[in-house]
Design a binder for this molecule. Structure first.
Ligand SMILES: [Zn+2]
Length: 295
């Protein structure tokens, strides 16, 4: 797919030129322009959600999937091969119940994880306000929350805006923390060239009820709801990454005739992905503390 400007430049190259230098410069310019345009036409999002404090592979289930160390290795491998990638966690990264030793280790690990965007789900408030403030300061500038409900980023030449919604419905069965700011349903700012993505932390049913508002968005990343899959609400694609770090959703977007075509798959976090050494060390250290607690 050559945009009009490119094909004109290329066809001019076939005409005889008196000035070889000019021809050479035009040739170089057309290569640069094509490279820029081709980069503008694609990007990827790696999406995790509901890791639920599963710092390591539990060794359970038929395929023994999961573990932060594997997720980190997979992200490193993918982003090395695909430069235009944004890495997002949709929240509920921490354990669903207060477990300070584990959640402190999860926070240490989070600092080493190459997330561009981290979302404050309800489980991010489980250890209280001071712990939440620690998360905020550790991943400063990268956290979607009631305080910063919109984050802009780039994937190559593609500009993306990520908007945050923490559905109040999920606090029916869970104590609502006193300190977070529950955001209004977002209306993304910016012009039509910006790819607009909603990180919806709530249930799929709840997301469906908001169909009209969701029409503002090019893509909805669903977290809290632990379903793994992709759906369409009216014309908006919705992707859920599953739970317990067993899968990473890989969303590859390619531009075609002004539309983004999405290719969505789910990478299994199995033994193919080696445990990252830094995460291994954090787990080892955590176990020493856990044993001290038990004595
Ligand atoms: Zn949640």
């Amino acid at each position: 797919m050559y945009p009009l400007g490119i094909s004109r430049l290329v066809s001019k190259g076939n005409r005889p030129y008196k000035n070889n230098l000019l021809m050479f410069l035009k040739f170089i310019f057309s290569i640069i322009l094509y490279t820029v345009v081709s980069l503008a036409g694609e990007f990827s999002i790696l999406f995790t959600a509901n890791i639920n404090g599963s710092i390591e592979n539990c060794g359970c289930g038929p395929e023994k999937l999961g573990g932060l160390g594997r997720i980190k290795s997979f992200i490193a491998d993918y982003t090395q091969k695909h430069k235009n990638t944004v890495v997002v966690d949709g929240g509920d990264y921490f354990n669903s119940y207060s477990f300070p030793v584990l959640n402190t280790a999860m926070l240490k690990a989070l600092k080493t994880m190459p997330y561009d965007i981290i979302t404050a789900g309800d489980q991010e408030f489980i250890e209280g306000e001071s712990f939440f403030n620690r998360i905020n300061s550790e991943v400063s500038g990268r956290i979607l929350s009631g305080v910063s409900p919109e984050l802009k980023t780039r994937a190559g030449n593609v500009e993306l805006v990520f908007c945050y919604y923490l559905s109040p419905v999920i606090f029916r069965y869970r104590e609502k923390p006193r300190f977070p700011v529950l955001p209004e349903f977002p209306t993304p700012a910016g012009n039509s060239n910006i790819v607009k993505i909603l990180v919806f932390h709530g249930n799929l049913n709840d997301a469906e009820k908001r169909t009209r508002q969701i029409q503002f968005f090019d893509l909805v990343l669903l977290a809290h709801d632990q379903q793994k899959g992709s759906w369409k609400i009216k014309n908006t694609p919705v992707v859920g990454a599953g739970g317990d770090g067993e899968y990473v959703a890989v969303i590859k977007a390619e531009e075609q005739d002004g539309q983004w075509n999405l290719n969505i798959r789910f990478e299994k976090m199995n033994e193919r992905w080696q445990e990252d050494q830094q995460i291994k060390a954090i787990i080892k250290n955590m176990k020493i503390y856990t044993r001290k607690d038990e004595q």
